[in-house]
Design a protein around this ligand. Structure first.
Ligand code: FAD
Ligand code: NAP
Length: 535
C-alpha cells in the first residue's frame, strides 16, 4: 500500500486556487514534502549560489522589490536594513531576463560573494543599476579580490552558467550563419520589425521552444568613424594588436556614455567643464541632458578633447550580447533558429540613434555572414508537459515570438491541446505579424482562437488586456479547465497591465474578492501555470 504525504496543518494552496480538491490535496502534500526536507528553505535553482550561513540566515524570504515596474528608489527603500546582497538584488532591474548570464538574485549573490567583479551586466537596469552596485560594493569594502583568490572562488563554486558547453552561455558563443531577414510590417508602418533566420546546422547547437538566443552584434561603422574623427586619432591605431576602429566596432559599447568616460574627460579639461564632467561621472545631471549622452554626444559636449586611444578604450564598457526570444520550433525548422526583432531607431538632437543589435540584424549583416550566438535556456517558460493542456498566450508586438514557436511545436507534434493567442499591435493593415501563418494554424486546428487588439486603428487605444476583459467569461472557463497562461513582451507596462486584467477577470467571473483573485494568480504562478518571458 502506498501512503500519501499528509497535507500540512496550514494548507499551502489557498482554497480559491484553481485546482480540484484532489489536485489541491496533492499539491499541499507535495509542497509540504519539499519544505519538510529543509525547513524554511525553498528548493535552490540550478547554479544557485550557496551562501555563508550568517548571510543567509533569516533573510531568504520575500523580495518585495522583485517587480520590474517598480522604480529603483522605491526598490532600494524596500530593501533598507537588509543585508548587502539583498540590497544588491534590489538594485537589479528585477526582470530575471538572463542577459547578465544569471537571474537577479544569483547575480547579486555572486557580486556579494566577490566572485563576480563585473557590475555593469544588468542591461535593463543600465547605468543606474551599475552605479548603485558600485556604491554597495564600496560599502562592502570593495569587490575586487586578489586575482588568485578570485579565480579559486570562481572555479570552486560559481559557475557563470548552468552549462559550459559551446553555445550554451554568453561566455562561450559559437559561430552561426545569418540566412535572411524579412520585414513583417507593411511599408506604411511606423515600425520595422524583422523575421530573422539563422542557420545553426554547422554549430551543432540545438534549442527548445521557450529558449532565447543571445546575439553578439557589431556597432555601426559610420558611428565609429564619427567618434574617431571627433577624438582625432588614426583609425588603425593599434590596441593590443587590433586596429582602434575594429575595437570600437566589435568590442565596445557606445551607448550610453559610461561614468568612466566622464572621469577621463574631467582629467583632460579644466574649470567649469571639468566640474561638469565630474558631476556627470557621479551620476548628476548638470545640464539636464545626461540621459541623451551616448559616447559620441559626450565627446561632442566637451569639444577639443583628445584622449589617448588606449585610455579612451579603457574608459568604455564592453559590448554586451542581446537576447531574443526564439520564434521557431526545431521540429518545424530543423537546424535553423528564427527571431522576431524590432529595429530600435529614434532621434535625439537631430541625430538618429540606432539600437546596436536590432539594427545590425536589420541591415549591417549580409546573408551568408557569420555571427556569434548562444542559447539561453528558458527557466520556467515552456509548453505544458501534457500536450492536451489548453494554453492561453498573450504576446503583443514582438511578444508573439515564442508563441509562434509554441504553435509550430504543437502542430509538428499534433498536440491536441486547445490554444488561444492574444496578439496586438499598432495597426491591422500594417502590423499583423505572421498573419498568413496564424490563419494556416487556425485552419489546421492548432490555434483554436485568435483575439486581436489594434492600438492605433480607432479613436481609443485597444490593448490585449482589453480583449481579455471582453472575453472574460470564456478566459475564466479555460483557466478552470487547467489552461496555462503565458505573457511575452514589454515588462514595464504591458505585463503588469495584463496581470491586473487577469486578476479582475478572476474576481469577476469567479465571484472572488480581489485578495482571493490575487491568491488564485499567485497559485497559478507557483505551480507553473502562469509563465512570463518579459523584457
Ligand atoms: C529575454 C529577452 C527576450 C527578448 N526578446 C526580444 C524579441 O523577441 N524581440 C525584440 O525585438 N527584442 C527582444 N528583446 C530585447 C532585445 O534584447 C534588445 O534589448 C533590443 O533589441 C534592443 O537592443 P539593441 O541592441 O538594438 O538596442 P540598444 O543599443 O540596447 O539600445 C536600446 C536602448 O536605447 C534606448 N532607447 C530605445 N528607444 C528609445 C527612445 N525612443 N528614446 C530614447 N531612448 C531610447 C533605451 O535606453 C534602450 O535601452 C528581448 C530581451 C530579453 C531580455
Ligand atoms: N523594457 C524595454 O526596454 C522594452 C520593453 C518592450 C519592448 N522593448 C523594445 O521595444 C521594441 C518594440 O517592442 P514591440 O515591437 O514588442 O512593440 P511595442 O512597441 O511594445 O508595442 C506593441 C503593442 O503594444 C501596445 N502597448 C503599449 N502599451 C501597452 C500596455 N500598457 N499594455 C498592452 N499593450 C500596450 C502598443 O500600443 P501603442 O504603442 O499604440 O500604445 C502596440 O500596439 C523592441 O525593440 C523591444 O526590445 C523594450
Amino acid at each position: 500500500m502506498t501512503m500519501q504525504t499528509p497535507p500540512p496543518a496550514t494548507p499551502l494552496i489557498p482554497e480559491t486556487a484553481p485546482f480540484s480538491a484532489e489536485q489541491r490535496a496533492w499539491l499541499n502534500g507535495f509542497f509540504a514534502g519539499l519544505l519538510s526536507l529543509d525547513p524554511g528553505a525553498t528548493p535552490a535553482p540550478p547554479g544557485a549560489v550557496s551562501l555563508p550561513a550568517q548571510q543567509a540566515a533569516g533573510d531568504d524570504g520575500e523580495a518585495p522589490w522583485h517587480d520590474p515596474a517598480m522604480a529603483l528608489e522605491e526598490r532600494m527603500k524596500l530593501a533598507e536594513g537588509r543585508p548587502l546582497r539583498r540590497r544588491m538584488m534590489a538594485a537589479m532591474a528585477q526582470q530575471d531576463c538572463g542577459q547578465c548570464g544569471y537571474n537577479c538574485q544569483d547575480y547579486s549573490d555572486a557580486i556579494a560573494e566577490q566572485a563576480e567583479p563585473r557590475l555593469n551586466l544588468c542591461v535593463p537596469g543600465g547605468k543606474a543599476t551599475a552605479r548603485m552596485l558600485k556604491t554597495l560594493v564600496e560599502e562592502m569594502g570593495g569587490g575586487v579580490l586578489d586575482p588568485d583568490e578570485q579565480a579559486a572562488k570562481e572555479a570552486a563554486k560559481l559557475p557563470k552558467s548552468d552549462d559550459d558547453r559551446p553555445g550554451r552561455s554568453r561566455e562561450n558563443p559559437v559561430d552561426a550563419v545569418f540566412v535572411c531577414k524579412r520585414r513583417l510590417n507593411a511599408p506604411a508602418s511606423e515600425k520595422v520589425t524583422n523575421h530573422v533566420e539563422i542557420d545553426l546546422s554547422a554549430s551543432g547547437l540545438d534549442y527548445e521552444v521557450g529558449d532565447s538566443l543571445g546575439v553578439y552584434a557589431a556597432n555601426a561603422p559610420a558611428l565609429v568613424d564619427q567618434i574617431i574623427a571627433t577624438i582625432n586619432v588614426p583609425p588603425d591605431f593599434p590596441i593590443a594588436d587590433k586596429p582602434l576602429r575594429d575595437v570600437l566596432i566589435e568590442d565596445t559599447a557606445l551607448a550610453p556614455a559610461p561614468d568612466t568616460l566622464f572621469e577621463l574627460i574631467s582629467y583632460l579639461t579644466g574649470g567649469e567643464r571639468r566640474q561638469k564632467a565630474r558631476a556627470l561621472a557621479k551620476g548628476d545631471d548638470p545640464d539636464g541632458d545626461a540621459e541623451t549622452l551616448d559616447v559620441l554626444a559626450a565627446l561632442q559636449k566637451f569639444p577639443g578633447i583628445h584622449p589617448d586611444p588606449e585610455a579612451f578604450i579603457e574608459s568604455l564598457e564592453p559590448l554586451q550580447p542581446r537576447l531574443y526570444s526564439i520564434s521557431s520550433s526545431p521540429k518545424a525548422e530543423p537546424g535553423r533558429v528564427c527571431l522576431t526583432v524590432d529595429a530600435v531607431r529614434y532621434t535625439i538632437a537631430n541625430r538618429q540613434r540606432e539600437g546596436v543589435a536590432s539594427t545590425f540584424l536589420d541591415g549591417r549583416i549580409a546573408p551568408g555572414a557569420r555571427l556569434k550566438v548562444y542559447v539561453q535556456k528558458a527557466h520556467g517558460f515552456a509548453l505544458p508537459a501534457d500536450a492536451a493542456t489548453p494554453i492561453i498566450m498573450v504576446g503583443p508586438g514582438t511578444g508573439v515570438a515564442p508563441f509562434r514557436a509554441f504553435l509550430q511545436e504543437r502542430r509538428a507534434t499534433t498536440a491536441p491541446g486547445p490554444a488561444w493567442l492574444f496578439f496586438g499591435h499598432q495597426r491591422r493593415a500594417t502590423d499583423f505579424f505572421y498573419e498568413d501563418e496564424l490563419a494556416d494554424l487556425q485552419g489546421a486546428g492548432t490555434l483554436t482562437k485568435l483575439s486581436l487588439a489594434w492600438s492605433r486603428d480607432g479613436e481609443k487605444k485597444v490593448y490585449v488586456q482589453d480583449k481579455m476583459r471582453e472575453e472574460a467569461a470564456e478566459l475564466f472557463t479555460w483557466l478552470e479547465r487547467g489552461a496555462h497562461f503565458y505573457v511575452c513582451g514589454d515588462a514595464q507596462r504591458m505585463a503588469k497591465d495584463v496581470e491586473t486584467a487577469l486578476v479582475d477577470i478572476i474576481a469577476l467571473c469567479g465571484k472572488a474578492s480581489p485578495a482571493d483573485a490575487q491568491a488564485y494568480v499567485a497559485a497559478l504562478r507557483k505551480c507553473g501555470r502562469y509563465q512570463t518571458d518579459v523584457y
